[in-house]
Design a protein around this ligand. Structure first.
Ligand code: NDP
Length: 249
């Protein structure tokens, strides 16, 4: 658990209905931030918002498909409007559909590019003018070890996550003069629902690859995100690569 103090801050988290996004939203709320939660499964984010409110925190849940420009923009602008400011945007929503490139169902490629690429672009595009106006802000983009190391069987996921890394570095340079910080988070294997959406033959291969590896928890990654956003204004954590101790590649 992080000891960051986020009192008075507003954090918007995409993909908050499960896994890393849910854990990050909870840790931010416990650290004193008001949180805005985005995902398509609105029942899950509403339930999370209610848990945070019951704990004495402040949270709003907004049904959002981040790959749709109007919905992404609406989420970011409502978070700012309803919670009064926007200090941090955590671009966490993501999809990972693996398998060989040959014979792949191309709909899987479109889904990954829709969420992993356009989701980050649209939310960031909506947040930048608000943060520029404020004179401060922090954008956290969740990439992956797959954004640093390409492997056979994850070509299009690699494409999207390498893209997130390149975009984040370009954004970081542009945002320096606006007082906006940018952090790239690159987790290794984390125990979440992410892999479950894969075809059964892909799941079997993944199980073989990670045999004997104790995965990270969503809370481990949330703690890393809170480390980055809890730094004083003169410190910009640019990149965090976090693998389970047993993960070699
Ligand atoms: P989960 O599957 O638990 O969470 C994914 C989240 O993304 C869900 O909240 C889901 O919500 C949301 N999401 C998916 N599609 C959309 C969409 N179109 N619009 C809005 N939200 C969407 O997986 P993780 O927590 O593991 O994944 C979070 C991030 O971490 C991803 O970017 C992933 O690539 C990255 N990551 C994960 C690793 C792992 O091993 N688990 C390793 C490295 C990186 P809903 O379905 O309700 O819309």
């Amino acid at each position: 658990m992080s000891s960051a103090d986020l009192s008075g801050r507003v954090v918007a988290v995409t993909g908050a209905s499960s896994g890393i996004g849910e854990a990050t939203a909870l840790q931010c709320a416990r650290a004193g931030a008001a949180v805005a939660l985005a995902a398509r499964r609105v029942d899950r984010i509403q339930e999370l918002a209610e848990r945070i409110l019951a704990d004495g925190g402040r949270a709003i849940a907004i049904a959002t498909d981040v790959g749709e420009e109007d919905q992404a923009g609406e989420f970011v602008r409502r978070a700012h409007h309803e919670l009064g400011r926007l200090d941090v945007l955590v671009n966490n929503a993501g999809v990972m559909l693996l398998g060989p490139i040959a014979d792949a169902p191309t709909e899987e490629w479109r889904r990954m590019i829709h969420v992993n690429v356009f989701g980050i672009l649209y939310c960031t595009h909506a947040a930048l003018p608000l943060m520029r106006e404020q004179g401060s802000g922090h954008i956290v983009n969740v990439s992956s070890v797959a954004g640093r190391v390409a492997r056979m069987g994850s070509g299009v996921y690699n494409l999207t996550k390498f893209g997130v890394g390149a975009f984040s570095e370009s954004l970081r340079q542009e945002a320096v003069s606006l007082g906006i910080r940018v952090t790239l988070i690159e987790p290794g294997a984390v125990a979440t629902e992410l892999a479950a959406h894969n075809r059964p033959e892909v799941l079997a291969q993944m199980a073989k690859r990670f045999e004997g590896v104790t995965p990270l928890t969503s809370e481990d990654i949330a703690t890393a995100i809170l480390y980055a956003i809890g730094q004083p204004p003169n410190v910009s954590v640019n990149e965090l690569l976090i693998r389970p101790s047993g993960q070699a590649g």
